[in-house]
Ligand binder design. Structure first.
Ligand SMILES: CC(C)(COP(=O)(O)OP(=O)(O)OC[C@H]1O[C@@H](n2cnc3c(N)ncnc32)[C@H](O)[C@@H]1OP(=O)(O)O)[C@@H](O)C(=O)NCCC(=O)NCCS
Length: 204
């Protein structure tokens, strides 16, 4: 019996999910020392998080997103947000100030199947206000791309609210594109970047 493409994709996502630490080959990239920022980065799976770390993560997302979510049809539902953030498949890069170890940012991602192909799904990129517009977001996205394509994911996919025009500009500046399966009549876009797009822009 031949193996279907979906089975191959599912295996690829499962292999990446099973890795104890997918950032291991990139340990030298797990810091950001630029534009007055001195930051360290650590990988952690949601099930391994302490309750203190969960509190820090939740408080940053609440600070950044609660008012924005309240204005969209999703609304702000703390219970559902916690379930999503601390799902067993959730993987994180946690970014801290080297000086006082306080949380500066985090990325929540998962290796998953989207439209029948293996992808790195970026659930969240959240920076506290004082570290924005200093190149950290761009750096974290490029780290995500490096990780995704190293483990043979076909694409990076994410959802962005149409009301967050600045955030859309951020993704467009990084050559993310509206996906063909992104709904026309919703309040969000599904954006993505394939390996091909990445290679094209790296060549330029
Ligand atoms: C969106 C976010 C991740 C961007 O990270 P950042 O570190 O501030 O962005 P960078 O400094 O790396 O900027 C990269 C590029 O994005 C663009 N950009 C970033 N912020 C922008 C803004 N507010 N308006 C317009 N363009 C912006 C710039 O063109 C910039 O290009 P440049 O380097 O040539 O100037 C960050 O602002 C953030 O965490 N916001 C709050 C949480 C949030 O809304 N997350 C997204 C949920 S989907």
């Amino acid at each position: 019996m031949s193996i279907s493409q979906l089975e191959i994709s599912t295996r690829a996502a499962n292999v990446a999910n099973g890795l104890p630490d997918p950032t291991k080959p990139f340990s030298s990239f797990m810091k950001f020392n630029k534009n007055d920022l001195n930051l360290t980065m650590d990988f952690i799976k949601a099930p391994a998080m302490t309750s203190l770390l969960k509190k820090e993560i939740f408080s940053l997302i609440k600070e950044n997103m609660m008012e924005i979510y309240k204005k969209c049809p999703w609304g702000w539902n703390e219970k559902n947000k916690r379930l999503e953030l601390f799902h067993r498949k959730a993987r994180y890069i946690v970014v801290r100030h080297s000086s006082n170890k306080s949380l500066a940012a985090f990325v929540h991602f998962r290796f998953d199947i989207e439209e029948s192909i293996e992808v790195l799904y970026l659930y969240e990129i959240q920076l506290e206000k004082s570290v924005r517009k200093k190149g950290l977001g761009r750096y974290l996205m490029s780290l995500m791309e490096t990780i995704a394509f190293h483990y043979n994911m076909k694409s990076i996919v994410l959802t962005v609210l149409k009301s967050q025009e600045n955030v859309m500009k951020f993704y467009f500046s990084l050559h993310y594109e509206i996906q063909s399966h992104s709904p026309d009549d919703e309040f969000y876009y599904i954006l993505g970047k394939s390996k091909k797009t990445l290679e094209l822009h790296n060549e330029q």
